[in-house]
Design a binder for this molecule. Sequence first.
Ligand SMILES: [Fe+2]
Ligand SMILES: [Fe+2]
Length: 239
Amino acid sequence: MTETEADLRRLPASRVQTAAFYEVKDLAAGDAVVLLTADDPRLVMESLNLQLRDALAWQTQATAEGFRTRVVLRDETEPADVVDLLIRDHRRVDELLGRALRRINAADAAGARPLLAEFAAGLRRHIRVENELLAPMLPQPAGPDGTSHVAIMLREHEEILAQLGEVEASFAFDAAPEAWEVEPFVAILSGTLAKHEHREESNLFPHWAAALRARPAPEQPALLARVRAMLEGGEDVKT
Ligand SMILES: [Fe+2]
Ligand SMILES: [Fe+2]
């Protein structure tokens, strides 16, 4: 557990983000990096976090000489709210699917099978949380063309579940399928899912996060616990 400090206050503003990137890109579990900056680093941190796929959590304090920002890995902090938990869950299922795809590309479809099973269970739970728990209780904001972001989400979930069914079918025909038999289905699903998650996170989740913050404070921990339990399989439908 180490904490290092990087003083970026003398750098030109145009170089702060790159310098900060090199300071935090190899941040390990348990470690922290403290960035000292002359200007408020909010925008720099947000775009850095985007660059690192939401891996970071940070707190900034104004000091007499500028700003002091302590950066840690987001996974080590408690999720701030339900939306934060869902974004982390996106990364978790993506990682499982990515590992499965790497096994398939290494001609090891058998090795991909348990990863895909875990991915499928996690994805179905995630979609249930969004469809059955959150969509009915949270607002249904519309985009600039009037289409509801929730309606788009529900339609994309249908498409994703259909593609997941194709992946599972490609594995069901044969105990040990060839990689080329299953790869196209997994690759298509991976692309569809990535686009869907991006759309949710940029179009819908900011509205949902604001709506959640506006609800009574005592509700928040209970809702967070319920979503966590659902994502962990605590409310799986028995078949
Ligand atoms: Fe979704
Ligand atoms: Fe989602």
